[in-house]
Design a binder for this molecule. Sequence first.
Ligand SMILES: *Cc1c(COP(=O)(O)O)cnc(C)c1O
Length: 413
Amino acid sequence: MLIDLLTDSGTSAMSTRQWAALQQGDESYAGSPSWYRFVAALQDLAPYRHIIPTHQGRAAEKILFSIAGGPGAIIPNNTHFDTTRANVEASGAQALDLVAACGLDPQHEAPFKGNMDLDRLEELLRREGHRVPLVMLTITNNSGGGQPVSMENIRQTRALCQRYGKPLFLDACRFAENAWFIREREPGYGDRHPREIAREMFSLADGMTMSAKKDALVNIGGWLALNDDDWAQQARNLLILTEGFPTYGGLAGRDLEAMAVGLEEVLEEDYLRYRITSTAYLGQALDALGIPIVKPVGGHAVYIDARALLPHIPPLQYPGQALACEMYRAGGIRACEIGTVMFGLQADGSEQPAAMDLVRMAIPRRVYTQSHVDYCIEVLEAVYRRREHLRGMKIVEAPPQLRHFTARFAPLE
Ligand SMILES: *Cc1c(COP(=O)(O)O)cnc(C)c1O
């Protein structure tokens, strides 16, 4: 493999300041100074009363839905990420995606395609509100093309939550990228610092789940943060059961130090401008070649619309998987299917086409240069030229849950 665009999760390069911070890690079991430095950095942005540190995002999800989920419950989100959906469903609850309609049309250009469909959310709360323990918003919307959610939409989602007495949780993995898009695209925010915008986003919610492997710029880490005292008490008990003591969770003191610094660095304007511009550079080049991508280009990744690129491969023959394999064979580029392999398996064991069949080229933070990206563009051009020759795939082995992580495939004749 030459270029690894499998994920932007935990693949970022840490800065010299973060490496220096590691050396200050205090590994006390309880009440380490590193814990208090991390809490101060986080609460400066997101002043939730309780912070539950976990080893990564899905551990926070597991704890949250063990408490709030369960049989009969419905958890609405703009779009659940795969681990979020799996943890909701593992609790016995139903995971419901309510992204605005434009968010499901890859070619449609709109500034905030991650927005929640407020009408559908209101209808759900009116009809089935008693089954909804909380509402989630994923910023940015990873499974929907890395598209941002506007401040206005967060505000209106909150207003609905308040009217129906529901807490709002942010799946905030890419909060800094979402803040940057708000600054660039939402009227009234052009001269605001990303830090202020992030604070405003967090002020509109009652809690968050976080994978620090994204916008805390570290290789491992996460947390659950919330205001509800009763849920927090239950969460700490679950944390001790599987992650660790409440002042370190699943992490070492040095990890907490690196996250504290990462939370500052990720909101620096120079960093965010470079980050978003370099992703757009790749997307615009593919678009110019005629390769269908999700538009506009999202924050952490370029998503190729494999269903549009390979119309001769039906969704249940996994056009996204076929394209990802060909990118690897042609140029040693590893990318990731986000489509029917990931989302096609239904709770009843049947298989349905996912809403979209995408291939995500996720960009690790502070890792690759423009020459790496130019190489990727050349490889994609070569794959695109012989697209008619690509074949569908079949699954030859798969586990019952989260099958895309470990399934095995074979090409169709
Ligand atoms: C990565 C991610 C998660 C899960 O976090 P992990 O650290 O991989 O467990 C949850 N939600 C979103 C939107 C993500 O991108």
